[in-house]
Each structure stands twice: as C-alpha cells, then as structure tokens.
Write a protein that binds this ligand. Structure first.
Ligand code: ADP
Ligand code: DP6
Length: 332
C-alpha cells in the first residue's frame, strides 16, 4: 500500500480566474491572483491499495456517490498514467470549509488531493510541478500550493500554466479577510459549469477579457507598493466584472442573493464612513471583505449593527501546502 496525507488551505482570488480555453488540461483564458487563507482548509489522505477493486472517495466521513467519485478517479487516472501504476485508491478527505458554497473548497480539496498523491508515491515534486498537477484537478487549486499571495500565470500549455508565489515581504500578514456567510449550502451552479456557460454564451465575456490582464498588473503593482486601497479597488472592480458576465449568459444566472447585495452596500457605507475595506465574491452568495488588520475590529463593530456576529468568520494570510506525516507501509 502507498499512503500519503496533505493539508492545503483555500485561496480567494482578488483577480479572478473565469473561463477555460482548454477544459481537459484546465488552461485558463486569463491569469489570476489570490490570497491563501488560514481559516479554511482540507486534509486528505490517499491509500493506493492492491486489495481495492475500485476507487473510493470518503468526504467528511461520508462515502461519496458515483458522480463525485468519478471526478476523483479522473484525477487519479492522470497520476496512474503518469506513474504507470494500476492500483485503485481510497481517498479520505476532511473539509474544514463548507463544500461547494463558494468558499473555495475545490481549491483546498484538489490541492490537498494532489499533495497527498505526491506524498503517497514519493514523487518529490517541485512547487511548480505540484501546482501544475493540482491545476489538473481544479484550476484554482494550483494557487493553493503557495502561502500568501499567488499568481497563476495562464500559460498556453500544460507545461507553462502554473502558479507561483508573489513576494510581498510580509505585507500579507497585515491584511485580513472577513467572510460574511450569507448561505453555506451547496450552490446550484458550480464554478466549472458557470464559467463554461459564460464563455460559451455570454456577450459580456469579451469585456471581461479586455480588462482582466490590466487589472492583474494593477494588483501586482499595489502589492509591490503596499497600497491597500489600490489593491482593494481593483479587486472589487474585477470581481464585479466577473459577476457581470453571468447576467448575459444564456440562460442568464447570478450567484448573488439579496443578502449579498445588502452586504456589498454595507461595505460601501463603511468606506463612506472612512473605513477602507473592499468586497469580492466567488461562485456563491457569500461575500469576502478585504481589510487591513488594524481596521478589522472597527469593521466588525460597524457590521455588528446590521448582521449577527455568527455570520462573520475572520481569516488571515495562510501557509502553503503541507505534508502530514503518517505511517507508511509499502507491502505491494
Ligand atoms: P467551491 O466554491 O466550494 O470551490 P465548486 O463548485 O467550485 O465550489 O467546487 C466544489 C467541488 O469541489 C465539489 O463538488 C467537489 O467535486 C470538489 N471538492 C470539494 N472538496 C473536496 C475535497 N476535499 N476533495 C476532493 N474534491 C473536493
Ligand atoms: C470564481 O477552480 O473551482 O472561484 O477549474 O473548473 O475546477 P475548475 O474551477 P474552480 O473555479 C474558481 C472560480 C472562482 C475564481 C477564482 O478562484 O479564481
């Protein structure tokens, strides 16, 4: 048996990945930039075992159905093919993040799976190689290999599409992200399906592509200059543009709920009251607010007048992927 375990943290994009140019290889239409966070993560163990007759996927203690397991098998097939291995595997994963709620469980989940497979088979991958591998599971997962800020350079082939850390000399530790949990249930349209429908049908998608690389350049400049407002402004605008594309898809859809709009307006009001903070949203109704640590308490106090405290979760910059040591026996 080959056994490996890894922990990976979620990341939230400040410049979004939205659309694929190659669905099989998961090559994105645009580059993206994210902050890895400490509050939400996944721990995954993989057991390649000769006694198994099929792959098994257990998430949060529950055996997953054939559709979910098939996604895992697809990823395992890639590894099996690369490593010339014919063993089935049991994947046992624990999400310390709500699953499929727009809180980036796919990023931490697939990064942890890639890390666990790499540990199990002792692949000795570089961070770049691990990022490429995680990308094949879920695009955003390639950024979760790194702590702090990461940039996924879109590339134009399997070799050239991977994430790398953006050095920020510890500035990321002066920032916080406040999650406003509007709804942590499973969303109707996954990121994968939502971006596919948008690329294929939305007349607004070309507008997204026209702006996103410029947004990325501004975000990188802001990180270099430690300019919080510059980073926040471009992240908020970029997120809004991403969500704008869904409204012109056929059929149209949105990830926003009335409560999301309410929280976005609260963020604008907090800003008008002199508190620098900016929102971003992913494929779900939850809102994430970027704020400097020094203003976190003031922001929470501001929001407390309108929202119950239980809806708020604070996250700070998190680390990159970590291997978790476990007993390994190689009795093949
Ligand atoms: P989210 O906003 O949570 O990332 P997505 O719809 O993008 O939502 O992705 C959710 C999907 O990611 C799940 O349906 C599942 O296929 C996959 N996923 C989530 N957690 C894990 C995990 N721990 N291990 C493997 N796959 C996972
Ligand atoms: C809105 O990485 O979940 O969160 O590559 O199809 O697995 P797949 O999609 P996924 O999409 C994330 C989309 C996003 C923006 C982002 O994280 O950059």
């Amino acid at each position: 048996m080959y056994v490996g375990k890894a922990r990976a943290y979620t990341n939230i994009a400040l410049i979004k990945y939205w659309g694929k140019k190659d669905e099989r290889l998961i090559l994105p239409m645009n580059s993206s930039l994210s902050l890895t966070l400490d509050a939400f993560y996944t721990e995954t163990s993989v057991y390649f075992d000769k006694s198994l007759t099929e792959d098994l996927f257990v998430l949060d203690g529950k055996k997953q159905d054939s559709k979910q397991t098939a996604k895992i098998s697809k990823f395992l097939d890639l590894i099996r093919q690369q490593q010339n291995l014919s063993l089935f595997a049991r994947v046992d994963s624990q999400n310390f993040v709500p699953t499929a709620a727009g809180l980036a469980s796919s990023a931490s989940g697939l990064a942890a799976l890639a890390g666990a497979c790499s540990e199990a088979l002792d692949l000795q991958l570089t961070e770049t190689e691990l990022s490429r591998l995680a990308r094949r599971g879920s695009g955003s997962a390639c950024r979760s290999i790194f702590g702090g800020f990461a940039e996924w350079q879109k590339g134009d082939s399997d070799q050239t599409s991977f994430a790398k850390a953006i050095p920020s000399e510890g500035w990321e530790n002066e920032l916080a992200m406040l999650f406003v949990l509007v709804d942590d249930g499973v969303k109707d349209i996954s990121s994968r399906d939502g971006m596919k429908r948008t690329v294929e049908t939305s007349s607004f998608y070309s507008g997204w592509l026209e702006n996103v690389e410029a947004d990325l350049a501004i975000a990188k400049e802001a990180i270099k200059e430690r300019d919080f407002n510059k980073l926040g402004e471009v992240a908020e605008a970029n997120g809004l543009r991403m969500h704008g594309t869904t409204l012109a898809a056929v059929p149209p859809f949105t990830y926003w709920s009335p409560e999301s709009l309410n929280v976005m307006q609260l963020v604008r009001s907090a800003r008008q009251a002199g508190l620098p903070c900016y929102f971003t949203m992913d494929a779900g109704p939850n809102v994430k607010i970027l704020v400097e640590k020094k203003n976190l308490t003031a922001l929470k106090n501001f929001l407390a007048e309108y929202l119950p405290e239980q809806k708020l979760i604070t996250a700070f910059a998190g680390p990159g992927i970590e291997a978790i040591p476990i007993e390994r026996s190689e009795d093949l």
